[in-house]
Unconditional design. Sequence first.
Length: 395
Amino acid sequence: IIEKVSKHRNEKAYLVGGIVRDLILNIKNLDIDIVIEGDAIAFAKELNVFLNIKKIITHEKFKTAIIFLETGLNIDLASSRLEYYEYPTSLPTVSYSSIDKDLYRRDFTINAMALEIDYNNFGKLIDYYNGYYDLINKKIKILHNLSFIEDPTRIIRAIRFASRYNFDIESDTEKFLIQAVNDGFLNKISFDRLKNEIIKILKDKNPHKALNLFEKFNIFEKFNLNIIITPSTYNIFKKVLENKDEIIKNNVKPWQILLITLFRRLNSEDLKTIFHRFGFKNKFIRKISIGINERKIIVEKLKTANKNSKIYFLLNNIPLEIIYLIKYSYPEIENKINLYLNQLQNIVPIINGKILLKNGYTESKKIKNIIKHALELQLDNENYTIKEILKELHE
Ligand code: ATP
């Protein structure tokens, strides 16, 4: 269909960027990015005639459009990198350039390939910078020497792609990367872009290599934060990744445990600021912060906890993210934490306020204490009935 519209409008269309890279690697990627040598908005509107489109969002200034299909897929259309002039007295002038210029502004050779969706050359690979060669040889390579200075986010992106695909950073590229890091360019990355890249790294299947590269290039030192990657960081990462399914079943996001692991040595102030900027809710941040500060005390108490109720009350106010962090940091108490995660946390109290009111209790403080005590009895004696607990409470 795109080919048809391209022919009708006499404007070339190309599949570009990550999806081309992943098509060659035979990896699933549903981010469809298309570049039009022409007006992407008009192109998108014409596609509307042929596709089942739910909605289109357009951005006039940048001549881009996102098509939302009924199937749930999105297609991003952009006009090939346009030259854009704005004179104070006149309307902005827009002129489209060709695909080669569009590809030249991209980060790495493996991300700078395009596939023609054209009536003459359907499926032809456009590869001015030998991206295919680098992909086959597993190399992350920039397109020009100033790339990292032009956009320092690419420093983190280089690490991300090297880690995700287990590629090497090409030697000249590495030289320029190290120079940009040493010259302080990391601090020029906006927090939002940094955050997005870090989250993507932590969501990847295997972020181990990224940890290695962060260490190798002293990335975190340059942010002046107390983030130290230690053997135990690697160990926690390994365990979280091995147990992803179980963690997800408990409604916890593995990448958030990894983030907390990286930041576990920050002071409370830095921690609060950063998690806030990562978009976490205040209440959650407060709990995380307390959990991190108190985790060593909790661990000591857990070691001697000899009753289910003791384990339960040590952990039931701690966010699960911290419980997992503790579990994977201190193998000696793993059994007790497993008992909590698999059993104790799911126990439903058989005594609640309603039952107590029915049995003549009225004072709220007393009710609260009784509920806690009843839960304690229930946790430590699995077969207790309501009657038995009430009887014991009475005694
Ligand atoms: P992912 O699978 O992680 O989404 P991706 O390559 O699609 O990988 P995006 O961040 O969505 O990553 O970027 C899409 C494309 O845009 C890239 O393939 C690259 O060509 C280009 N790009 C993205 N960020 C930059 C950047 N900072 N500098 C240059 N080009 C970039």
